[in-house]
Write a protein of this length. Structure first.
Length: 348
């Protein structure tokens, strides 16, 4: 199985990618709306087809990327039937099984943080994606969204900590840089839910956490109750409208050479090669291109016009990718990298 653990820093959210390397079918668990371009880039670069987006629960600290990913890929959205959310394709219940190619996950209901919390367990019982029910050396809070500490205690003990000792636990969040744990570790060391701790101890612990509500709760919960579907105005504001741009997993906006050829009079091409490279050779100069070496770009960025989009170019697209970052940081509003570079340009 192909597996990746991704991270959203503002919300400390983990997103998980699981895929069958033979069929290319993939599952994403607990996506973040602001990271959907990152997730799409990874799928594209790894040659995967997204089949399912699963949410472990209705999140209160970030907006899910489920709806946006379905719009782009045609995948299905799955979450708990008891979540109260609308717009999902699969309303999951305890004991259900979902799959993408050879990757199979069994659904275990683990309410307590919210009514609709699910844990997804791999077919071989080697991995469990616990959302906010069980965290590394902790547990999800139980003071809003129908949370109940006693219910959560029983859910974790019966459905998660009953898994094989070596089963790896992948939580929905971590705020201290930890990435995974195991059932054995949590049974031995979790200060809230480990072996020997009684239900009344856990209930008392959770009643006295004294945590403030998540900063984004007021907008996150309503949005997640419709699987992350934003307003039409928001979508229009987010979508680049000047070219068919694709964002790479490295975070670079890119455009195909064929599009630039067809729209050459509507853009400025910025060649960032060094002067010594422009004297001849197999990689020709681009007619009418602005030429500023990458080594000088930060100091000469004021020379870059802003009346049209700027396409950064170099022989292969590597240095020009860095140029796009410099231009974006300098406030140039419409910037993209020439995908494949001047070599790809000349092949057209």
């Amino acid at each position: 199985m192909l597996f990746r653990q991704l991270f959203d820093s503002p919300s400390s959210t983990y997103t998980y990618l699981l895929a069958d390397p033979d069929s290319g079918d993939a599952i994403l668990i607990d996506t973040v709306f602001e990271q959907h371009l990152r997730d799409l880039a990874l799928l594209r670069e790894l040659g995967l087809t997204l089949r399912l987006v699963l949410d472990t629960h209705v999140h209160a600290d970030h907006i899910t990327g489920a709806w946006r990913l379905r719009e782009v890929t045609g995948c299905k959205i799955g979450l708990a039937a008891t979540s109260g959310a609308a717009g999902a394709d699969l309303l999951l219940q305890h004991g259900d099984r979902v799959c993408a190619g050879s990757v199979g996950l069994t659904v275990r209901a683990t309410p307590g943080h919210t009514d609709g919390c699910l844990t997804f367990v791999s077919d071989d019982l080697s991995m469990a994606f616990t959302g906010d029910a069980l965290l590394i050396r902790g547990a999800g809070r139980t003071d809003f969204q129908q949370g109940d500490a006693a219910t959560l205690f029983r859910s974790v003990r019966e459905q998660i900590l009953s898994l094989p000792a070596e089963c790896r636990i992948y939580p929905g969040h971590d705020y201290a840089g930890r990435t995974l744990t195991t059932v054995a570790e949590e049974r031995a060391h979790n200060p809230r839910l480990g072996d020997g701790i009684r239900e009344q101890d856990f209930v008392g612990y959770m009643a006295n956490l004294g945590l403030p509500h998540p900063k984004r709760m007021a907008d996150a919960v309503p949005a997640n109750l419709v699987c992350g579907k934003p307003s039409d105005a928001f979508l229009q504001a987010q979508a680049p409208d000047w070219a068919p741009l694709v964002r790479s997993f490295a975070g670079i906006w890119q455009v195909e050479p064929s599009w630039v050829h067809a729209h050459a009079n509507e853009v400025h091409i910025l060649d960032v090669r060094e002067p010594i490279e422009l004297g001849g050779g197999p990689i020709r100069r681009i007619d009418s291109a602005l030429e500023i070496p990458l080594s000088q770009l930060a100091e000469r960025v004021a020379e870059v016009p802003r009346d049209r989009p700027v396409i950064a170019a170099c022989p292969t697209g590597a240095r020009s990718a860095r140029a796009t970052q410099i231009l974006e940081q300098a406030g140039v509003p419409r910037v993209a990298n020439l995908r494949g570079g001047i070599v790809a340009w000349q092949e057209l």
